[in-house]
Write a protein that binds this ligand. Structure first.
Ligand code: VGL
Ligand code: ZN
Length: 211
């Protein structure tokens, strides 16, 4: 678990590789569980490895069940704009919120819990969905001298997307590990659109074989 002697400016960010986002989970993403086999061999080569966990209290604002009459994938107006509603997922302390067992957790230095406030969702690893409340991750990474991020995980079109665009906005050099991301694709086409926008904003796309 010590910092490696490799390039200390490079961090791996593993976004929300949790049971609820994998086949069998409440917000299952197709092939979500396949990512681990791609990440496990490369993670130990990074000086810094961060895993995020979506970590919601029961009754969270992003759950459709918290809004009478609303169904998953509908939206509601909240104080910070439109909130897309989801099935109940990643409830703090539940089995669904655990990292997927196929992910080797040993190389992880920091596990960041996000979306922990009942009235505020958080997709990005850097800012809550009000776009202004920081998670502290930027300070952590800068404190370690990190300037280059390699991002993987779930979901390409939700939390990976927000994490990547925030990273670019914060001035990091960002690479998406293209065979280590999977998306919700809700509505259909969201994954392609997200990949395209990430590229346009300056993210590089690399297969794990070229790391
Ligand atoms: C996510 C939907 C709701 C994600 C989190 O990790 O991409 N998606 N909460
Ligand atoms: Zn969530």
């Amino acid at each position: 678990m010590s910092l490696r002697s490799g390039d200390s400016t490079k961090a791996l960010i593993i976004v929300d590789l949790q049971n609820d986002f994998c086949p069998g989970g409440s917000l299952a993403v197709e092939e979500g569980d396949r990512i681990a086999q791609v990440i496990n061999p490369v993670a130990p080569d990074f000086a810094v490895v961060v895993a995020t966990k979506d970590w919601h209290p029961a009754g969270h604002i992003s759950f459709a069940s918290s809004h009478p009459g609303k169904k998953p994938f509908e939206t509601v107006a909240v104080s910070y704009g439109e909130q897309l509603l989801w099935p109940v997922h990643c409830v703090q302390g539940s089995a669904g919120a655990e990292l997927h067992p196929s992910l080797d957790a040993n190389p992880i230095h920091l596990i960041l819990h996000k979306g922990t406030r009942i009235d505020l969702d958080s997709y990005s690893a850097f800012f809550e969905n009000d776009q202004s409340t920081p998670t502290g991750l930027d300070g952590y990474l800068r404190g370690l001298g990190v300037s280059r991020l390699y991002v993987c995980g779930i979901a390409t079109d939700v939390c990976v997307y927000s994490t990547v665009t925030d990273s670019l906005r914060l001035g990091y050099e960002v690479t998406v590990i293209e065979d280590a991301v999977r998306g919700v694709d809700q509505p259909a086409g969201s994954v392609l659109k997200a990949l395209d926008t990430m590229r346009t904003h300056g993210a590089a796309m690399t297969p794990s074989s070229e790391l």
